[in-house]
Design a protein around this ligand. Sequence first.
Ligand code: ZN
Length: 273
Amino acid sequence: MQLSIKQQLLTQNDCYREGRPLKPQGVMVHSTGVAQPNPQVFLRSWNKPGVEKCVHAFVSREGVIQTLPWTTRAWHAGTGTTGRSANNTHLSFECCEPPGHTYQGGTMVGYDPKANEGYFQDIYQNTVALTAMLCRQFQLDPLKPGVVICHREGYDLGIASGHADVLHWWPKHNVTMDQFRRDVAQAMVQGGTDEEDEDMTQERFNELMEQYLAQRAKLTPASWSAQARTWAEQSGLVAGGAQGARYGSFATREELVQMLSRLEGILATDKTK
Ligand SMILES: [Zn+2]
């Protein structure tokens, strides 16, 4: 089944605006704790200042809505005094729960597993596909301890605030987190090669381009240009040293005019000598 991922970033949320970087080292699965299958309801109420939480995505029956860049730190493991360290390490998403039940102190009341089996399977398949995609993208091993976990497991590990999701829900459908991790690992193997291009987003492309440019900047220049480089550095046309001059990099038009302007200054000084 093809996973649909749409982007609807929560640009008005304080967490998005804070924009602290995240280097994903794991994935934490959450559920909203409300009988509300429509992710837009959450997006509307979270896309404003003063909301003390934010996640990377919402999973509904229809697919995934990405709400934060994958490399931005989220507020899913608590904030303020209840904030725990999983915010610094884990990607996070909320699974939308079906309608029809209520809560009493963290326990689902009036939840009918049989009637909701179809709904749950759709959510589960989307959750497996999303987690597999993220594990591939960030080279995470879902079977390694602490990598792919739910909020409750994060609490038990001391890295997330005190919530029960998704262990208050998924076991009603006979799914354990160990089963989930195995399913994610299997989905990674199955979808490995042919989904490669579909995982490519503008964000991911930019990230790779930045890496490529940084690599190019570190290239050691060849000996044939030694004389020209010495002249350019001594005359101040480029910043000194191989590091400063970034000889392997491309020059932007901005850098080009800057160099031409410096050259004009050098030539003018030469004339007055
Ligand atoms: Zn949670």
